[in-house]
Write a protein that binds this ligand. Structure first.
Ligand code: XMP
Length: 524
């Protein structure tokens, strides 16, 4: 894959840390471009991004263990500054002739470090930090001094100020090290002297240039799902090549209330993208008739989507290029084999994804961006805030929230209930993700689910026997784990009242109070 840009950058070598992506995000927040590489990546690949310094991540190994990852020679011979974090610090010590003691005893959790001498890296005399290590530094390599100590780590930070080499035993990248962002910023901006040029505007400019070079005068096709990534990718490609882009939006009939209009307005009216809307609700309904098994639903939807997409691609003269909204975490995850062994819980068929049998050259303008950067680029391109900050919506749409058989009548019931929930949360300011210092406030994802269960109720003087709506609302940073949102009782009461009064065929509302794990966020 082509390197992202010719800007100055930072290379992060990953020694197997669960926090490696966080290091990259903190560096990007300092408006400095960086990329993550496996610790044994070839030097040519790493130097292709024009690094002005190296960050070595933590990792689970012990430097003296047989086969333990070591710092590549090209890093040590580069003459560039190095910051080693946890294992990275130990590997640096080991490589430069210091001694690491294999204590085997773990120090895990919050700690306070005392800074022993002023230096370019550490921003205060005392710092609250997060420790997570077994081994520690016993004696420093030549040229190094101790910069900070903690109760359990006599050498909590070290530096060779002449060479611009630093090591920290704690994790500056995690949220529990409140001034960790400053530490990383000091390293990249002061020690490595990188200019902070990585801004949404510069991302847009460099990406547009790259897209134009790649595509030339050829036609480009994009499948828009209404999700943030495909929308921003499409808007960016449109900014680059204008009318050479055709975007297809398949209305599967499984969308939420008003969704089709929102996407049409955002891309068509606001940005002038030529959006072909395919009205395929009837086809999807027919294909899903009698299907109740969750995985079967996903398979049916995925296949039909691809068929429709192929048909339209042919009608549009088989464009050579296809836009994909792949983002950086997808790239990093799929290049880290050990992290990819997770068992498949659900098939996350991304409707709008690549039809495997089709021969397209891919245009992936977001390939090097984190989700928050994608949102910033979206805003800078002029996409409406509510679209850029919207909550995720699964590719198979309402099909996986309409449990049991999908009929037009049940879908409409679900759509109405979901619209009431959304409206109420929106009015309470709890719907959209809000960036804040500690992550996000509000709900990360909230939706209604229609259950294939009837229960008895009483309305006026009559007995009812109708369906149940479940409300699912969660808070999460990464959607891998989640907790149920502690919505105020009064709010839940008003959602429940409105649903039972306004949605025909529903006489009971329940609130899902299960975290993930053991449950998943969606019900199917
Ligand atoms: P689960 O239900 O696995 O969901 O806890 C985690 C996140 O993924 C979304 N999700 C999907 N997204 N296609 C998608 O594009 C799918 O089939 C799909 N299933 C779940 C879900 O909404 C949540 O944000």
């Amino acid at each position: 894959m082509e390197p992202m840009n010719s800007l100055d950058s930072i290379a992060i070598l990953d020694f197997g840390s669960q926090y490696a992506q966080l290091i990259a995000r903190r560096v990007r927040e300092a408006h400095v471009y960086c990329e993550l590489f496996p610790w044994d990546a070839p030097g040519e690949q790493v130097f292709a991004i024009n690094p002005k310094g190296f960050i070595l991540s933590g990792g689970p190994a012990s430097v003296y263990a047989p086969g333990a990852p070591q710092i590549p020679n090209y890093v040590l011979h580069s003459g560039l500054p190095i910051l080693g974090i946890c294992y990275g610090m130990q590997a640096l010590t080991h490589a430069l002739g210091g001694i690491v003691s294999a204590s085997g005893e773990r120090e895990y959790g919050p700690a306070e470090v005392e800074v022993l001498q002023p230096n370019a890296l550490l921003p205060a005399d005392t710092l609250k930090v997060w420790m997570s290590h077994g081994d520690r530094i016993e004696s420093l390599p030549a040229g190094f001094v101790t910069l900070a100590r903690s109760q359990n780590s006599p050498i909590a930070a070290m530096g060779d100020l002449n060479r611009g080499y630093f090591g920290v035993q704690f994790h500056p990248e995690v949220h529990h090290t409140p001034r960790g962002g400053e530490i990383l910023r000091n390293f990249v901006l002061t020690t490595c002297a990188v200019h902070p040029t990585w801004t949404p505007e510069s991302i847009i400019t460099t990406r547009i240039e790259r897209i134009r070079q790649q595509v030339g005068g050829k036609m480009v096709l994009s499948a828009v799902s209404g999700g943030v990534d495909s929308t921003v990718a499409t808007a960016l490609v449109h900014r680059a090549v204008g009318d050479q882009l055709v975007a297809i939006f398949v209305d599967t009939g499984l969308l939420r209330q008003g969704e089709r209009n929102r996407v049409q307005a955002a891309l068509g009216k606001n940005l002038g993208v030529e959006l072909v809307v395919v009205d395929a609700g009837g086809q999807f309904m027919q294909a899903l008739s009698g299907v109740t098994d969750p995985e079967h639903k996903r398979a049916v939807i995925g296949e039909l989507f691809i068929r429709i997409f192929e048909e339209y691609a042919r009608q549009l003269g088989d464009p050579e290029f296809l836009v994909q909204g792949t983002i950086y975490p997808d790239v990093v995850e799929s290049s880290a084999p050990d992290r990819n062994k997770a068992e498949r819980i659900k098939t996350h068929h991304n409707v709008g994804g690549l039809p495997e049998t089709m021969q397209f050259k891919l245009v992936e303008p977001l390939r090097y961006l984190f989700k928050d950067e994608v949102r910033q680029v979206g805003e800078s391109l002029g996409l409406p805030r509510e679209l850029v900050w919207r909550q995720p919506f699964p590719g198979p749409g309402l099909a996986v929230r309409c449990l049991g058989e999908i009929t037009p009548e049940r879908l409409e019931r679900l759509r109405l209930a979901d619209a009431i929930l959304t409206e109420t949360l929106e009015a309470a300011g709890l719907l959209h993700l809000q960036a804040g210092s500690g992550g996000f406030s509000g709900t990360s994802q909230a939706f209604a689910v229609l259950l294939p269960v009837q229960s008895v109720g009483v309305m006026g003087d009559s007995r009812t026997y109708q369906e149940v709506v479940a409300i699912r609302a969660v808070t999460t940073d990464d959607f891998m784990t989640a907790d149920w949102a502690r919505l105020p009782y009064e709010l839940l009461a008003s959602i429940s009242n409105r649903i039972v009064n306004e949605v025909p065929g529903v006489n009971r509302v329940v609130y899902d109070i299960t975290s993930k794990p053991p449950a998943t966020i969606e019900w199917e």
